[in-house]
Design a protein around this ligand. Structure first.
Ligand SMILES: [Zn+2]
Length: 145
């Protein structure tokens, strides 16, 4: 499942952009493979799978806010799942025909990093399931008052 370069939107200018060599220095090896080469982490291995505190999930590549904890749900798939992005502008959704399936790939709109896929079998009110790689996200807990 590795080796496919992220299909970035043609001509899209990202707020955060680095060469592959720079990304390699900035990211952990696992995050690099997921964010920059569309790899998928093994189910049930992600550090954020059982993160239930209140807070915000941001892109591990560029820090852009992507998901709120109150849209996270237990999908039973082994990957952190959300029913809505923090804003439609936070993510780019692209058709993905890799691995012999037709899916919608979800990328961070700030750096073009691969986050995961979105499916239409999620809970209400959106019916969507953003199936994310834990390693592509960082969790920022809400500050205690
Ligand atoms: Zn990003």
């Amino acid at each position: 499942m590795t080796g496919v370069a992220v299909a970035q939107k043609p001509d899209k200018k990202y707020k955060v952009s680095h060469t592959p060599a720079e990304w390699k220095k900035l990211l952990s090896p696992q995050a690099y493979e997921v964010l920059r080469h569309s790899d998928t982490e093994r189910a049930w291995t992600g550090a954020l799978l059982n993160e239930h505190r209140k807070g915000t999930f941001v892109c591990a590549g560029c820090g852009q806010e992507l998901f709120k904890s109150d849209t996270k749900f237990d999908s039973g798939t082994g990957w952190p799942s959300f029913w809505k992005a923090i804003s439609p502008k936070a993510v780019d959704e692209l058709k993905d025909y890799s691995d012999g399936m037709e899916r919608i790939e979800v990328q961070c709109s700030g750096c073009g990093g691969h986050l995961g896929h979105v499916f239409d079998d999620g809970p209400q009110p959106t019916g969507l399931r953003y199936c994310m790689n834990s390693v592509a996200l960082k969790f920022i807990p809400e500050k205690q008052k």
